[in-house]
Design a protein around this ligand. Structure first.
Ligand SMILES: Cc1cc2nc3c(=O)[nH]c(=O)nc-3n(C[C@H](O)[C@H](O)[C@H](O)COP(=O)(O)OP(=O)(O)OC[C@H]3O[C@@H](n4cnc5c(N)ncnc54)[C@H](O)[C@@H]3O)c2cc1C
Length: 437
């Protein structure tokens, strides 16, 4: 007799999908397959930062030493350095105005190195490449799901986890079917991501280029920086043992939020386009941007906060569920929190195929409110950094208002959230047992 209680298919091998695969690999009775559309796992050449609560998950999953060896600044008890926010758009006004110092440290990585650690931890035989999911079907009401891929192949599973990013095909089909079967046409409004009205120029700069002839160094080498100004902001922090600085320079037209974005979402562009955008900013910013020879230009899209993450044998995770703007450096962290909680409820000894729906609902009840809160908070934070929020350019009220957006970092812990999900699941199972008596 097979000892497998659940066959889980993970669609998409980004940070979210791979973290889930690693987290599930500790349960011998769960069979895992990762179906990735690309020919290999890959991340872009850019930085990614996480917060202490995400770090604790990586530690709990037994990966702290691998992540410590590639982290900058590695956690040393103080959990890294926080961002300094300063006003940078009108240098002629005199001494730069420090808006705020974020009291939470961030831990920073090169994305490719981050993904490599997860790939290393993946059990062999789990990954399948060149598998672009097109649709799933469920021939019998109680039977497995059949997955159909673009290469003509098929696979079976008991549970499909859509980790296929912002343009998720799993989200599309799930919401379409739910809209029909539950008579909720409004769910169709949540399928398509929308343009946030912001463009981000991204680049990596070797630290050596930010060391001046007199030996002095650019401020961002020592501290993550958030340079703020009207309808623009620039984020910079060092990664890769402090040898590289990750730069994201944003420019926004809030009135265009929600309008269609014409053209490719990601494209290489001229350095001059970037420099023209910030030509009147303080020299410290311009000095850094001049070191980005080949910026990439990203049209930042996001989702409306979804009203549901699951339906029957299908569940969403990461950007497929809550793609957000990057203004709180939290999209990947939220994907990791999803993976941690979902693996915990699926792996729980009392979760079986028969109560899968209850397990998924427990996941959704815990993860949806928090991830959607961070999604909304990211948008609001971006507006504040660019003086387009409720405080406008009032420099004295902006700092505390920005700080408040981060309260979620300390209000809960992922471990506490998992306990809450298990509590919901256990209570539901008790209800079911009592109903049968
Ligand atoms: C400018 C910018 C800066 C950011 N900075 C940060 C940060 O500092 N910290 C942070 O936490 N977050 C940050 N984010 C957000 C973060 O990058 C994302 O939230 C995170 O990468 C999402 O991971 P994911 O695994 O859910 O999706 P993805 O990384 O998009 O992975 C999806 C995977 O699914 C695959 N796929 C897609 N369709 C299919 C299909 N049909 N079949 C099979 N496979 C498929 C793709 O090939 C891909 O491998 C930033 C985002 C941006 C735009």
């Amino acid at each position: 007799m097979s000892s497998t209680k659940l066959r889980v298919a993970i669609c998409g091998g980004g940070i979210g999908g791979l973290t889930l695969a690693v987290a599930l690999s500790k349960y011998p009775d769960i069979e895992v397959d990762v179906y990735e559309a690309a020919e290999r796992f890959r991340e872009i050449g850019a930085g990614v930062m996480i917060w202490e609560r995400t770090w604790r998950i990586l530690t709990e999953l037994g990966m702290s030493s691998e992540f410590s060896s590639i982290a900058h600044a590695p956690p040393d008890g103080s959990m890294g350095v926080g961002f300094d926010y300063r006003k940078s758009d009108q240098p002629q006004e005199g001494i730069p105005f420090y808006l705020f110092a974020l009291p939470y440290g961030c831990i920073r990585f090169h994305r490719a190195h981050f993904l490599d650690v997860l790939v290393e931890r993946l059990p062999s035989g789990v990954a399948h490449f060149g598998k672009r999911l097109q649709l799933y079907t469920r021939p019998g009401s109680d039977g497995p799901l059949i997955l159909s891929f673009a290469d003509g192949s098929r696979a079976q599973c008991d549970l499909l986890v859509g980790c296929d990013g912002i343009k998720s095909v799993v989200r599309r089909q799930m919401l379409q079917e739910k809209a029909t079967s539950e008579g909720r046409p409004e769910l169709l409004d949540y399928i398509e991501p929308f343009w946030s009205g912001s463009i981000a120029y991204r680049g990596l700069v070797p630290v050596a280029r930010l060391t001046r002839e007199d030996g002095s160094q650019h401020r961002t080498i020592a501290s993550p920086m958030m340079y703020c100004g009207k309808s623009k902001h620039v984020v910079s922090y060092s990664i890769s043992s402090g040898s590289i600085v990750n730069v994201v320079a944003l420019t926004s037209r809030p009135q265009l939020e929600g309008s269609p974005y014409e053209g490719l979402w990601v494209i290489e562009c001229d350095q001059q386009e970037l420099l023209d955008c910030y030509s009147d900013w303080e020299p410290e910013v311009v000095e850094m941007l001049k070191c980005i020879e080949k910026p990439t230009r990203w049209a930042l899209h996001q989702l409306r906060p979804l009203p549901c993450y699951t339906s029957s044998r299908v569940v969403l995770l990461g950007d497929a569920a809550h793609a957000m703007t990057p203004h709180q450096g939290a999209g990947a962290g939220q994907a990791i929190e999803d993976a941690f909680v979902l693996a915990g409820v699926l792996g729980h000894s009392s979760t079986t195929l028969g109560c899968l729906r209850d397990a998924l609902e427990a996941y959704e009840r815990v993860r949806l409110p928090l991830a959607n809160h961070v999604l909304d908070g990211s948008r609001l934070s971006g507006m504040m950094y660019e003086f387009n929020g409720a405080q406008g350019g009032d420099l004295h009220t902006l700092g505390p208002a920005i700080g408040k957006q981060w309260d979620w970092l300390k209000e809960t812990t992922p471990q506490g959230e998992l306990e809450r999900a298990l509590h919901i699941l256990n209570a539901r199972m008790t209800e079911v047992v009592l109903a049968k008596l």
